[in-house]
Structures are given as structure tokens and as C-alpha cells.
Design a binder for this molecule. Structure first.
Ligand SMILES: C[S@@+](CC[C@H](N)C(=O)[O-])C[C@H]1O[C@@H](n2cnc3c(N)ncnc32)[C@H](O)[C@@H]1O
Length: 383
């Protein structure tokens, strides 16, 4: 399929107006590969967040920032960077497909992006030759084949941003593919998206450590069919070792449905385990605060909503319960999430919503205590 024989249409996303091949598009999900160059409008939200993160990084860096949009397809992300981000930076917009490359060139020219260049390389070869301050990787499916080279190609204190769309594997659709690809055992359960995201983050942390580099998670989230993580990459074996101390396992008691994390894999029946995975923070609270300072993008309701949940759960312990599961364990009506959070907090526990599920609650309360709270009769005097 070549773009020459395929009709191109202009689309707008953020402040970018670019050409993409005409295609049937859905507003949700992975997007169809039915055109010579891929463009999925459902990922605009993913790109919105990357604009916010890169703008903050360019401001913090205080010197010229070299950016790589490594798997760019139409070039929409890199062109949005040029149109929406202020400061001193340049963007290499790369894709190994010739059709993509010529469309990227066309889009750069018609967008008057003077700080962007198109590149037509195999990402792994490019990463083997050049380093960047910020690298974005956005493959079809797993990002594993690019991670070794990417963790080495990001400069000290730079950012590695990775999208991975093999959510089914990470969430345990089959144990073997996950073990083969990530060296970790997944778990199909209510909180499998968090387990999958932590397996993915842990894989990047371990890969960077092999090269005496630390990949510190700044912002990791799951959204529908994909997962996305931003890491700060730092030089130093000691820094890498410190992060390895935050690797561990997630455990689920198959009888009581209690869950816990630990640094060891062994847990006797009726416990079931997943990992190794990242058991540290998925969000750097200070970083979240910095990047969400009033900016134009925060005027978008869905972006502002996500940031507010992320900030709430930044200090939460790993793993969560869903109200559906709690209702079945304790044989009570499913409690409204906000009501349960209020009750847990008034009993002195940490409790927050989670972006993983609208029915999810993160808390440090032990399961028996949650049961007691759920069964508490409402105090009539309070009405
Ligand atoms: C999911 S699409 C990228 C979407 C794009 N980042 C966006 O936001 O619209 C994946 C792209 O990676 C490109 N690709 C796949 N393997 C590659 C490789 N080894 N080197 C460079 N590009 C590659 C494909 O040609 C495809 O355009």
C-alpha cells in the first residue's frame, strides 16, 4: 500500500493540522491497520499527556533538548510537539516505513516546523548510534524489542516514554507469553491491569539496571487497550541497585481474596503470586505537581480528571479492591466508591480512587477491617 494511491485527508489534533490516509476510524481502541500509514485518533489523549510531560521537561532542562519520536507513523506526535511546546528543542521524527517517512516530510513542510527533521531508520539502529534527551517509543504490540537500546540511548536525567499495547499478555491471557517476553508471571484477577503495568515497569527497571542505569518511574498508567510509562533515566550502578530493591511480587489469597505485595516470590496455597514486578510508586508526586501547573491542556476535562485521580493515588499502596469483589466477598450491596473511601478515611486508613477502574479503591486497610466497615450500620444520629 503506498500513500500515492491512497487518498489523504487533513485532520486536526491539538494545534497540529496534518495529512493522514483516509481510513475508517474508531474513537476508541487499538485502531485498524488498513492504510499505508497508521493514525489512530483514539490515541490523541495519549499524545496530549506527552505534550504536557515534554513541555515540563523542556522547562526543567534549561538547555536545548533533543527529542526523538521514534515510531512516528504520520508524525502527528512530533508535529504536535513542534506546534504546542514552547522552548529550546528539536525533534527527530522517525519511522522505518518509506510511506510514513514521505508523509512525515510532507507534514513537517506544510506545518512549517523548522525544529523538526524526518528520519527513515530502523529504530534499533538509530538508537545504537545516537543519544537523545527524550525518546518516545510507540510500537504495534510489545515494546520489548526496543527497550535495551532505548534505555542506553537516553542521556543522563533524560526521559524515556513508552507505550505498549500488549495488554492482554501483561494481564495474563496466557502465562507463557508473559514469562517469555517479560520474564514475569502475570495474574488474571480483578486488579490484573495494575499487575500488568507493574510487570512492564519492572521489566524496564531491570533492563536499565543491566547497563548500570536507573529507570525511575515518573508516571505509569493503563488506559483501555494500552499502557504508558514515563521513566527518568539516570547513570549509575548504585542508583540502579536502589531501584532493584523495589522489585517484588503481588499475591492474591484465592480463598479470602486478600492481596499483598512482598519482596519474595514464595507464598503457599491458597495464595497465588505474580511477578517479579515493580512494587514502588507508579507516580512521582512532585513530578505530577510540576507538570500539572495551570496549562492550556488542563482545560481539557478528561485530562484534568486523569491528573486529579493520579495525584490522589500517587501515595496509595500497590493493588486495589473493586466494590464488586468486596460486595461478593462480604455479601453486601456494592458500596458507592466515594462512600467507601470516606468511611475508610474516617476510620484512619489511607483510601483513594484509582485510574485503573471506576469501581476500584486503593487502601492500606486490611481486608477484615474493610469488611467490618462495610457491615457497619449507618449511624441514625448522623442523618
Ligand atoms: C503504532 S504506530 C505509531 C503511531 C504513532 N506514534 C502515532 O502516535 O500516531 C507504529 C509505527 O512504528 C513503525 N515501526 C515498526 N517497527 C519499526 C522499527 N523497527 N523502526 C522504526 N519504525 C518502526 C511502523 O511503521 C508504524 O508506523
Amino acid at each position: 500500500m503506498s500513500t500515492d494511491s491512497h487518498e489523504l485527508v487533513e485532520i486536526s489534533e491539538g494545534k497540529a493540522k496534518i495529512l493522514v490516509p483516509k481510513s475508517e476510524r474508531k474513537s476508541k481502541g487499538p485502531g485498524k491497520i488498513d492504510a499505508p500509514v497508521f493514525y489512530n485518533p483514539a490515541m490523541a489523549h495519549n499524545r496530549d499527556i506527552s505534550v504536557i510531560v515534554l513541555q515540563a521537561f523542556v522547562e526543567l532542562r534549561g538547555r536545548r533538548v533533543d527529542v526523538l519520536d521514534g515510531m512516528a507513523a504520520s508524525g502527528v506526535r512530533g508535529i504536535r510537539f513542534c506546534k504546542e511546546i514552547e522552548g529550546d528543542f528539536s525533534v527527530t521524527i522517525n519511522d522505518w516505513s518509506e510511506e510514513s517517512h514521505s508523509l512525515i516530510q510532507k507534514n513537517i513542510e506544510r506545518s512549517w516546523c523548522s525544529n523538526a527533521v524526518a528520519s527513515n531508520r530502523d529504530l534499533n539502529n538509530l538508537l545504537g548510534e545516537k543519544s537523545f534527551d527524550y525518546i518516545d517509543i510507540d510500537p504495534f504490540g510489545t515494546a520489548v524489542p526496543f527497550i535495551d537500546n532505548a534505555v542506553r540511548a537516553v542521556r543522563h536525567k533524560g526521559i524515556l516514554a513508552i507505550t505498549t499495547t500488549d495488554t492482554a499478555t501483561l494481564c495474563g491471557s496466557g502465562a507463557l507469553p508473559c514469562i517469555r517476553r517479560y520474564g514475569a508471571k502475570p495474574m488474571q484477577c480483578d486488579f490484573m491491569h495494575e499487575v500488568g503495568l507493574r510487570i512492564f515497569a519492572g521489566y524496564v527497571v531491570r533492563t536499565a539496571a543491566k547497563y548500570d542505569r536507573a529507570a525511575r518511574p515518573l508516571l505509569c498508567y493503563a488506559d483501555g487497550h494500552y499502557m504508558r510509562c514515563y521513566f527518568e533515566i539516570l547513570d549509575g550502578a548504585k542508583r540502579a541497585d536502589a531501584l532493584l530493591l523495589e522489585m517484588g511480587y503481588a499475591h492474591l489469597n484465592m480463598e479470602t481474596r486478600a492481596r499483598k505485595i512482598s519482596s519474595v516470590s514464595s507464598c503457599r496455597k491458597p495464595w497465588k503470586s505474580a511477578g517479579p514486578l515493580w512494587i514502588g510508586k507508579m507516580f512521582d508526586a512532585e513530578f505530577l505537581e510540576t507538570i500539572s501547573e495551570p496549562r492550556e491542556m488542563m482545560e481539557k476535562k478528561d485530562v484534568a480528571r486523569l491528573f486529579s485521580i493520579w495525584k490522589e493515588e500517587a501515595d496509595a499502596p500497590p493493588l486495589y479492591y473493586t466494590t464488586a469483589e468486596l460486595s461478593s466477598v462480604f455479601r453486601v450491596d456494592p458500596p458507592p466508591v466515594l462512600e467507601l473511601i470516606d468511611k475508610l478515611r474516617s476510620n484512619g486508613f489511607f483510601a483513594s480512587k484509582t485510574h485503573f477502574s471506576p469501581m476500584g479503591v486503593k487502601t492500606d486497610a486490611p481486608l477484615e477491617k474493610i469488611g467490618k466497615i462495610l457491615r457497619q450500620k449507618p449511624n441514625r444520629n448522623q442523618a
